[in-house]
Structures are given as C-alpha cells and as structure tokens.
Design a protein around this ligand. Structure first.
Ligand SMILES: [Ca+2]
Ligand SMILES: [Ca+2]
Length: 362
C-alpha cells in the first residue's frame, strides 16, 4: 500500500469524484478539438469573463433526482423557490485567487501542516498517530491507475502529496505557468469562504447552485439539456474513457481547462458541469431532502442544521456541486445538475474549486 493511500484512509477524506493530471500544458480552445468529435466550444476569452456576474432570476423548480443515475441522497424531489441573485459566470481562477493572496497574505489549508489534535477528533478512537512526515502540509492529487480498479475505493486514484497546493497543483515541481485562467484548485471550503468574504461575495446555497445550473430549463439533467454526448458531442470538461485509467480526452483536456472554454448555459454560466467541483455554503446531510414535505414549497433553503455522512459519520461536511474533469458515467456522473457531493471543510483536492454569488441590491 502506498503512503498516499494510507494517508487517504487515515485522513478519512474520501470525496468521491474525479480529478486529473498528466497534461500540464494549457490547451487552447483552438487545438482542443479532436477531429472525430464535436466539442461545443465557446468564442469567449477568459480574460473578458473573470470577475463578471450575471443575474439569476428568482424562480421555482423541482430540486433533486432527475435521472435514474441519481443517488439516494438526491431523493425525494421537492419544490424549492429561490430569490434572485448574482452569480460569477466562471469558476474562480488562479489569477483571481493570486490577487486575493497577494492582498491579504492568506495561507490556504493545503499550505498548513495538519494539526493532529484536531484531526484525531474526526477519526475512530485509538487511531494511531501517523508518521510526522505524513502530517506535513499537502493535498490530494489524482493519479491514474494502470488499469481498471474497483470504483468503490477512491484510495486507488487519490494520493496524498506533500507540497501540493493551489500554487503547485501536482506537487513540488509543478506550477501555474500558462494556467492563470484555469480554475484555482486545492481549495478547501474554509479557503473558499475566506475568498468570498474578501471579494464582498458569498458561496451559493445548494439550492441556488442547482437552480442556476439549469439555465432556465425545467428538470434538465445537464446544464445543456437531457442528453450526454449525443452524436459524440462534448459539452463540458469531464472524463471520456475508462475511469481512472484511460482518459480519451475527447474534450481536449486531461486536467482543468481555461474557464469559458465550453459553451455557457442559458444564464451565461460557464463550467456548471465539469472542470472543477464547486463548494456550496450548505452543510451536507444525506437525508436532508427527506426533511421536506414534497407537497409544500421550500423557500430559500440553506441546508440542514447538522451534517451527517454515513460513509464517515465523525466528519462534518459541506456540499460540492457540478463535477470535475474526473467525472464519468461509470463513477459519479457529477455533471448532472442534481448530483450532490460532500467534503470535509478542510479537505482539498486538485479537482476542487468554487465560484461566488452575491445578493441582488435591494
Ligand atoms: Ca476532459
Ligand atoms: Ca464546475
């Protein structure tokens, strides 16, 4: 067993979806298209999009499972009404996050050594203290496997990597050259909150995120409609091929893509499916939807009062949405608008980022 897998188990940070690596160069939209595949690219330039917000109108929708791929925590569907708000049209980029760090001196979770006294409170009693080397600052990095592996154990493809953080997404020796307009990664929920506060914004609620992702459609499975890859048409940056060993890169990207590479949804929001997972404000509880009476409208839900994930009962978690460059139908289908993911508030991965929202002026 590799150290990284051991650490993954010890940390109990099992965030079930995918990520990337290998392709270090920033692939431009122009050369991202492979001849045999139609990729729905946008004409937008990332530098014209970052920092922009679009108004998401108020509205009512059926929140939750909208395909037979849905997990139990997406049930039951229930009627939700959200007020209008403003939302970033892109995921927060490395360029924007660098400005935040430059102005504030902020140090991300992944750049801090792990506090064993705090961590052990989230682990089963009598869990032995890991080797001090394994408590040094780092983050989880996707490593492809040599062939098919059981998909019920993310430890096969996540590796604890000392020195991995937003500046060095693949660990020491990697950098952000050519990636200033890629989404920032290795961001914990706490990091995302700090950035949002600095920017005078906030994180979206889970309901706001799902409502916005549909782009004005009703009960759509994806931000572009109900069919994935119709006629080999690629709408987002995810994983084509056998996960986690054979990424065919039909969309042109092994890892992250520059924001704005693919077509936006009906509200003008880019990458609501794929690229990186996006933190939401809400705590995660696997039975949260069951609290709602399906015959009544829920107004502006803000999540449960307490978190509970039966997979890791001792770890309070927050919600993530939208999937990443690692998502695949065989695994998490995270690019579905109703797909829910959860993560420890201090955990970070190289497929996890965020975008912000803001209340409309009164
Ligand atoms: Ca891809
Ligand atoms: Ca995304």
């Amino acid at each position: 067993m590799k150290n990284g897998i051991l650490v993954l188990w010890v940390l109990g940070m099992v965030l079930s979806c995918q990520s990337d690596q290998k392709k270090n160069s920033a692939t431009s939209p122009a050369n991202a298209v492979k001849a045999e595949t139609k990729v729905n690219l946008s004409d937008a330039q990332p530098e014209d999009l970052i920092g922009k917000m679009v108004e998401i109108p108020s509205g009512e929708f059926e929140m939750g499972a909208n395909s037979d791929q849905a997990d139990p925590d997406e049930y039951p569907k229930h009627t939700v009404r959200v007020d209008g708000f403003l939302m970033d049209v892109t995921e927060v980029t490395n360029k924007e996050f660098a400005e935040f760090v430059e102005q504030t001196g902020y140090i991300t979770t992944a750049e801090q050594d792990i506090d064993w006294e705090e961590m052990k409170t989230q682990l089963p009693p009598n869990t032995p203290r890991p080797d001090p080397e394994l408590l040094r600052a780092g983050s989880l990095v996707f490593r492809p496997t040599d062939g098919p592996v059981p998909l019920n154990n993310p430890g096969y493809w996540w590796e604890w990597t000392t020195g991995a953080n937003w500046r060095q997404p693949l660990g020491p020796g990697s950098d952000l050259e050519g990636k200033e307009y890629h989404p920032v990664t290795h961001i914990s929920w706490e990091d995302a909150k700090a950035y949002a506060q600095w920017a005078g914004k906030r994180l979206p609620t889970e309901a706001e995120w799902e409502w916005a992702a549909m782009g004005g459609m009703s009960n759509s499975v994806y931000p572009w409609g109900n069919e994935l890859d119709r006629d080999d048409e690629i709408h987002a940056n995810y994983w084509q091929g056998g996960f986690p060993f054979n990424n065919e890169e039909k969309d042109g990207f092994y890892l992250t893509a520059p924001v704005g590479t693919f077509q936006p949804n009906g509200y003008g929001l880019y990458d609501m499916s794929g690229n990186v997972w996006e933190w939401c404000e809400d705590l995660y509880h696997y039975e949260y939807y069951q609290e709602h009476d399906p015959s009544e409208i829920v107004y502006n839900p803000r999540g449960p009062q307490t978190s509970f994930d039966p997979d890791e009962p001792l770890i309070p978690k927050r919600v993530l949405r939208g999937g990443s460059f690692l998502c695949n139908d065989s695994y998490c289908s995270g690019y579905r608008v109703s797909r829910r993911m959860k993560g420890d508030m201090k955990s970070s991965y190289n497929h996890t980022g965020f975008r912000c929202v803001r209340d409309l002026p009164r």
